[in-house]
Design a protein around this ligand. Structure first.
Ligand code: NAD
Ligand code: TDX
Length: 334
């Protein structure tokens, strides 16, 4: 099988490439990645002789057409992915998440190529802390941020292309991922690397917001399950029952690193900050037989802390720049 992996030099896409090369030698991988600030091509160094890497934009119609013509399946991870950046400047989010996805859709339509579209639980908006419900495949879309609204729009484009043009696509909406090779702008790596560089973790607002954490390898395993056995045209929610509030995550990181558990700062809240995400992945588990392997969040976090401790050369060059960016708007409030 020939697979075109968009965004394969980013966090989830690169983990997907690494695990696929290790477990599926029959898959021939081409990565299409614009190598934005979010990419770190060195992540793929260990498999560079086993894959092809094309530096390019998913919104480049000629390039995309040429690559899609040579592949059996497109696995579409590429996106602008960080909510805080989308609040500072939404333009790249509209261009990549909407126009880029549209460009891929037109190419898979022309070449009748299978597509798996990767998306997020943020398309459903948020839940109250005391709401007993969780997101399912039938929850109405209600995104809050420029990031999540452009991801919601990209999902709707895929669904429309399935219905109107009969393209062979599946979709998945996953909860918050953690694990190795995640950019230090994101919550968990930011806090781990703050502590490792002698700074204090930074919690937005009061730290009561809840995210539903899943290890990146479990996400990618679910993606392969859907590619192998999912029904074309359908959407599957991916989650590992990992609901945890942000304060608990920070306290656990501090504890793992041997620091006092109150050694963090409360800072200005994110505008429009979603309160809680929670995924009900019953459909994926019962219809396709998937289940997560990382069911102990603390153990997964310990392994992730170890990874950042042992791979400072991977994140150190971008850490100060990310913190300078945050310092422009962030104020300590508690
Ligand atoms: P990331 O920001 O780490 O990586 C994104 C990659 O896409 C980068 O390598 C970047 O260079 C590339 N890219 C950006 N614009 C591009 C363009 N125009 N053309 C080609 N490549 C481009 O993101 P991630 O966290 O790995 O997320 C991957 C996908 O998973 C996204 O679609 C995201 O919405 C989705 N998702 C992420 C999470 C999460 O917790 N991180 C959860 C659910 C879904
Ligand atoms: O320094 C911080 N302090 C803090 O309290 C940062 C960076 C974040 N937070 C909070 C905001 C969120 O409640 O932590 C939570 C997680 O923040 P992010 O890592 O920015 O993730 P989130 O906004 O939840 O979105 C993530 O999960 C869904 C990914 O970035 C998306 O790409 C994915 O779709």
């Amino acid at each position: 099988m020939r697979a075109l992996v968009t965004g394969g030099a980013g966090f989830i896409g690169a983990n997907f490439v690494l695990s696929t090369v290790a477990s599926r030698p029959d898959v021939d991988i081409t990565v299409l990645d614009k190598l934005t600030y979010a990419a770190n091509p060195s992540t793929l160094d260990s498999v560079a002789d086993r894959i092809e890497i094309v530096e390019g934009d998913i919104a480049d119609a000629d390039l995309v057409d040429r690559l899609v013509a040579q592949t059996d399946i497109v696995i579409h991870f590429a996106a602008e992915s960080h909510n805080d950046n989308s609040l500072a400047d939404p333009s790249a989010f509209v261009q990549t998440n909407l126009v880029g996805t549209y460009t891929l859709l037109e190419a898979v339509r022309r070449h009748r190529t299978r597509l798996h579209h990767i998306s997020t639980d943020e398309v459903y908006g948020d839940l109250a802390l005391d709401d007993p419900s969780r997101f399912t495949e039938t929850t109405p879309y209600n995104p809050s941020s420029p990031y999540s609204s452009t991801k919601a729009g990209s999902d709707l484009l895929v669904r429309a292309w399935v219905r109107s043009f009969g393209i062979h696509a599946t979709l998945s909406n996953c909860s918050n991922n953690y694990g190795p090779y995640q950019h230090v702008e994101k919550f968990i790596p930011r806090q781990i690397t703050n502590v490792l560089t002698g700074a204090r973790p930074r919690l937005y607002g009061t730290g009561t917001n809840v995210r539903d954490w899943i290890h990146v390898d479990d996400h990618n395993d679910a993606v392969w399950t859907i590619i192998d056995t999912g029904v074309v045209g359908e959407t599957y929610l991916i989650g590992a029952d990992g609901e945890t509030d942000n304060r608990t995550v920070v306290e656990t990181i501090l504890e793992i690193l041997g620091k006092p558990t109150d050694a963090y700062d409360l800072v200005t809240d994110r505008p429009g900050h979603d309160m809680r995400y929670a995924i009900d992945s019953t459909r994926l588990r019962t219809e396709l037989g998937w289940s997560p392997r990382y069911t102990d969040f603390r153990a997964g976090l310990e392994a992730t802390v170890d990874w950042y401790r042992e791979n400072e050369n991977w994140w150190r060059p971008v850490k100060d720049g990310v913190e300078r960016g945050y310092a422009r708007t962030e104020k300590i409030v508690g």
